[in-house]
Design a binder for this molecule. Structure first.
Ligand code: ZN
Length: 554
């Protein structure tokens, strides 16, 4: 049984399937490309295929052998028609049998893509109006990726959805008509391997790495692009959302026509088109505590590209329990921050800085707060870079630090953070034991009630009253927020400005001072106040109702 063959006779899929039967195989996947009646608006009557057979059979055989080795499948075959074909006939058939379905699907998909790109086959179309022409030939010699050449991203999600087993393409779309010299066969990492810090050894490390990217949106797009381009061996994409038109200004590798489709699947198709060497597992669901261990199994690094605190805290806690470092990032309007949570290296975790997992609504997400597209682009690029540095073991990585990025001011700041004592003893994460211990201590993990809120808040008629009572007033809002809606200062410069991230990241205030923290509505200031009290500041308070409340006063 030749792994790759041509046939002048119509193909018999049943017989071809039977030739791959194997009692050790539990999965079988096949692909059929059919002759369709339309191409570029012209009605098609029939087709002719011609191949440079000696070369094509050798190259086709190589592709099938590579697929068997690469995906670990038992049996694979591809048969392509030559000569005259009528509408509806099978132009190409690929079949794979394997111990499990996943490798069968992936090998099948890979073979058809490689055949299309590498095997010298040409197609002549005969149109209803009597005209005829060789398709693609002249065009592909000069501009291989333009024109009606199909988009693999669409194959993946529209035509070849492997969930349906037999996928049907149309011969017009997929016909392998490109001479093999016009397309590269393998990804070329030479530009990064030239770096002394990478080299062949670094490239091998990247190929052997597995990275989970949680969220395939504004941050996830650059992260996935660069990690796929760099040749990471395995990428796990987890995103439960479908693409929306409002995403596209910052998620620019998707297409308007893709709206409504799951981003995880769209991203997988994009990665496949960019670098078929990368093995992708796409999960169109939200990461949660129940599915996390399964989805993240075998990963070396988790990259948080989510837009909600629940997921960030979940990844933070998983870093502690699974021992996988987490690279967290968040974006707010023109600012963002980056943090690596790696218990093995002794870094602070998210809970060291933000003690409760209930911060959604305290800092707005992109939908509520607004964002310019390049802002998550920059932060995602920084995450991709930091991820590569971690995987390659390069110097200069973020340690026990928070990287603050202010893109309105074009400023980056590295702040020392400092791991909390509770974190070092393993109780920062709310494991069952940690929660019980915290409750026993009467600690914060049992939740913050109204009574404790009252104990953190003060009410003033105006800032002058607070200042004269001896309080240093600190505006903890982001600089852009403060500039847009300045506090009514009794005299210029009496209000200090320390953004909350900076304040909680370890900016040390003298412990004997009296402080009144002000944010927009009194939520963030209460959180900050609570955290500072835990750090030993006794006389720190939150202005009830925040700036909004001050503005409402006569
Ligand atoms: Zn911690």
């Amino acid at each position: 049984m030749a792994p790759f063959a041509f046939s002048t006779e119509p193909l018999d899929p049943q017989a071809l399937q039977a030739s791959l039967a194997d009692p050790s195989c539990g999965g079988y996947a096949a692909f059929e490309g059919w002759v369709r009646d339309l191409n570029e608006g012209r009605r098609v009557r029939r087709l002719e295929y011609e191949a440079f057979e000696a070369l094509a059979v050798r190259e086709g055989g190589r592709i099938v052998a590579e697929a068997c080795a690469r995906f670990g499948v038992r049996n694979a075959r591809c048969v392509h028609r030559v000569g005259d074909l009528a509408l509806g006939e099978i132009a190409v058939w690929v079949g794979v049998s394997a111990p499990h379905r996943d490798e069968a699907f992936r090998a099948c998909r890979w073979i058809i893509d490689e055949v299309k790109h590498r095997v010298p086959i040409w197609k002549k179309e005969h149109y209803v109006d009597g005209d005829s022409g060789w398709v693609n030939c002249e065009r592909c010699a000069t501009a291989p990726r333009e024109g009606h050449d199909h988009d693999p991203a669409h194959d993946h999600t529209h035509d070849h959805d492997p969930a349906h087993g037999h996928a049907h393409d149309h011969a017009h779309d997929h016909a392998a008509s490109t001479p093999p010299t016009t397309r590269p066969r393998n990804p070329d990492y030479s530009r990064q391997m030239t770096l002394r810090e990478v080299g062949a050894e670094g490239q091998r490390r990247l190929r052997e790495s597995a990275v989970a990217v949680v969220g395939a949106g504004g941050l996830g797009v650059p992260v996935l692009q660069y990690l796929a381009g760099a040749g990471i061996g395995r990428l796990v994409v987890i995103d439960g959302d479908a693409l929306e038109p409002s995403n596209l200004h910052r998620q620019t590798w998707y297409a308007l026509a893709d709206c409504g489709r799951p981003k995880a699947h769209l991203a997988a198709a994009r990665i496949n088109a960019l670098n078929p060497d990368v093995r992708v597992a796409a999960h169109a669901r939200r990461l949660d505590a129940d599915n996390a261990a399964l989805l993240l199994d075998g990963c070396d690094l988790m990259v948080d590209c989510s837009d909600n605190f629940a997921t960030k805290f979940l990844l933070n806690d998983l870093a502690q329990t699974l021992g996988i470092p987490a690279l967290l990032a968040s974006v707010h309007q023109f600012e963002g921050q980056l943090q690596v949570v790696d218990p093995a290296r002794g870094s602070a975790c998210l809970r060291c800085l933000w003690p409760e997992a209930t911060r959604d609504g305290v800092v707005g997400n992109c939908a509520e707060a607004g964002v310019l597209g390049p802002v998550p682009g920059v932060l995602g690029s920084l995450q991709a870079l930091e991820a590569l540095k971690i995987l390659l073991g390069l110097p200069g990585r973020l340690g026990d630090e928070l990287l603050l990025v202010d893109l309105l001011e074009a400023r980056m700041t590295r702040l020392r953070t400092g791991r909390a004592a509770a974190c070092r003893s393993g109780t920062c994460a709310p494991s069952a034991a940690g929660l019980a211990a915290a409750r026993a201590r009467g600690g914060r993990a049992s939740g913050r009630g109204e009574a404790s809120a009252a104990a953190l808040e003060l009410d003033f008629d105006g800032l002058a009253q607070a200042l004269s009572a001896g309080y240093a007033v600190i505006d903890i809002r982001d600089p852009a927020e403060s500039a847009a809606d300045p506090l009514p200062e009794p005299s210029p410069g009496v209000v200090k400005r320390i953004p909350i991230a900076e304040l909680l990241a370890g900016r040390n205030l003298p412990t004997d001072g009296r402080y009144l923290l002000v944010c927009a509505r009194g939520l963030r200031s209460r959180t900050a106040c609570e955290t500072l009290r835990e750090r030993g500041l006794q006389d720190v308070w939150s202005l009830r109702g925040g700036a909004q409340h001050l503005a409402a006063r006569p």
